[in-house]
Design a protein around this ligand. Structure first.
Ligand code: ATP
Ligand code: MG
Length: 177
C-alpha cells in the first residue's frame, strides 16, 4: 500500500441548480518522501484535490487513504486531528491571521502540534528574519507567501500540501523553495 492513495475520486459541487464537476474519477498514488507536482489549467481541480487530501473538503465519491488510514471516511473529530497533526498547508492565497505578526503567525501553527520545529529558524531561512514583528498588511505578497511557507514547515507535518506556493514569488526567489 502506498503512503497516499486516491482511488476513483470525484468531487461535484452543487450550486443551486448547477452541478460543477471539479474532479472526475481521479486515481493516483504517492510514496512516503516523494515530491509530487500537480499541473493543470486554471479551474482543472488542483485546489480541490489538495483540499480533499488535506481533510478540508469531502470527496463526493471514491476513496482517499494516507498511511493506511481512510481519510475519506474520517469523522469530523478524526478530520480535525488529521488536519492539526498530519497536514501542513500553504494556501494559494496565504490565509495569514491579519492581527498577528509574522512571528506569531508561525508560532500559532507550531503550538497545535506535539513536535514542532523551530519557527524562527524557518523564518530566517525564508529571508524574513528582519520582518518578525510586521503584520501581514505590512508585507508584500511574496513576503506573505513566505510566512505561509514557514508556517506550514514549522508544524513538521507528515504531509506538506502547497497550493501554487511560489505563485507570488519572482523566478529567482521561487527557485530557492
Ligand atoms: N466551493 C465551490 N463551489 C462550486 N464550485 C467550485 C467550488 N470550488 C471550486 N469550484 C469549481 O471547481 C472547479 C475546480 O476548481 P479548483 O479551485 O480546484 O481549480 P484549480 O485547478 O485550483 O484552479 P486555479 O489554477 O485557478 O487555482 C472550478 O470550475 C471551480 O469553479
Ligand atoms: Mg487553485
Amino acid at each position: 500500500m502506498s503512503f497516499i492513495e486516491f482511488q476513483n475520486v470525484s468531487k461535484v459541487y452543487q450550486s443551486g441548480e448547477v452541478q460543477v464537476t471539479a474532479v472526475k474519477d481521479v486515481s493516483f498514488t504517492v510514496e512516503e518522501g516523494e515530491l509530487v507536482v500537480i499541473v493543470g489549467a486554471s479551474g482543472a481541480g488542483k485546489t480541490t484535490i489538495l483540499n480533499m487530501l488535506g481533510g478540508m473538503d469531502a470527496a463526493t465519491s471514491g476513496k482517499i487513504t494516507m498511511d493506511g488510514e481512510t481519510v475519506s471516511s474520517f469523522s469530523k473529530k478524526e478530520l480535525m486531528h488529521y488536519r492539526r497533526a498530519a497536514v501542513g498547508f500553504v494556501f494559494q492565497f496565504y490565509n495569514l491571521v491579519q492581527n498577528l505578526t509574522t512571528r506569531e503567525n508561525v508560532e500559532l501553527a507550531s503550538q497545535i502540534v506535539d513536535q514542532p520545529l523551530d519557527s524562527l529558524a524557518f523564518l530566517e531561512q525564508v529571508g524574513l528574519g528582519q520582518r518578525l514583528n510586521n503584520f501581514p498588511a505590512q508585507l508584500s505578497g511574496g513576503e506573505q507567501q513566505r510566512v505561509a511557507i514557514a508556517r506550514a514547515l514549522a508544524k513538521n507535518p507528515r504531509l506538506l500540501l502547497c497550493d501554487a506556493p511560489t505563485g507570488a514569488l519572482d523566478f529567482e526567489t521561487g527557485k530557492v523553495f
